[in-house]
Write a protein that binds this ligand. Sequence first.
Ligand code: 13P
Length: 244
Amino acid sequence: MIAGNWKMNGLRSDALALARAVADGVKQAAWTDRQVLICPPATLVMAVADAVRGSALLVGGQDCHAKPSGAHTGDIAAEMLRDCGASHVIVGHSERRADHGESDALVRAKAEAAWRASLVPVICIGETLDEREAGDTLEVLATQLKGSIPPGATAWNTVVAYEPVWAIGTGKTPTTAEVAAAHGHIRKVLATLTSEAAGIRLLYGGSVKESNAAELLAAGDVDGALVGGASLKAPEFLAIAKAA
Ligand code: 13P
C-alpha cells in the first residue's frame, strides 16, 4: 500500500486536480498487486471521493472521533467519513498525538470506531529523536502498539504505519537496516496481539520521496509507505507507487 497524507493542505481547485491526476495514473498503471490511497483534509474527502470514483484509487480521512455522533464540536465521526466515500482513516499520527495530546488509549478507541464504521484504520506509531537517542526506540514502539492496536486486528481490517517523528518533514530517514529492525520488531510485537501479524501491512513513513522510495520499500518487513509532502505532487507520488 502506498498512502498519501495531504495533512492540512489543499483548496478545492488544486486538490481536485491533484486527486484526478493521481487517479489517472493509477488507472493507467492498472496495478493489481498494490493499493494506492490518498487522505485529503476532511473538507475535501467527499469532493475527492466523487472525483476519483470509478478508479482504483482509495480515499481516506486523516483522523476521526471515537464516537459515532453527538456533542463534539468540530470533530468528525468515522461514520461521516464512510458516508463521504472514504474507505480508510489515519489514526494516531504523531502530529495529532503532539498537537492534540492524543494517547494510545484514544488512538485505540479511534481504531475501533473505524472498524465500527467499516473503515480500515492506518494506525501510526513512532519514536521521537530523544527516544531514539536514549536507545528506547523498540520499547517505545512496543508500548505504542500494545496501547493503540485494539484486539481483533486482522490483515484485512488494519494497517500499521511506522513513522519516526524525527524523520517527518525533515528530509532525514533511518537507514534501511534501522527501518528493517523497527519493522521486524513491530511484526514481533503484533504477533503477541493477533494471530494475523504476518499479513498486516506495515508502512514506513517519514521523508519518503521518489529518490529513496525503492530503497526504503525494499527494507525487511516494509509493505508500503505513508507519504506526506511528496504526495502533494502527482508525478512524484505516482513514482513512489511505481517503486513499490
Ligand atoms: P513527510 O513525507 O512529509 O515526511 O511526512 C510523513 C508523514 O507524516 C506522513 O503521514
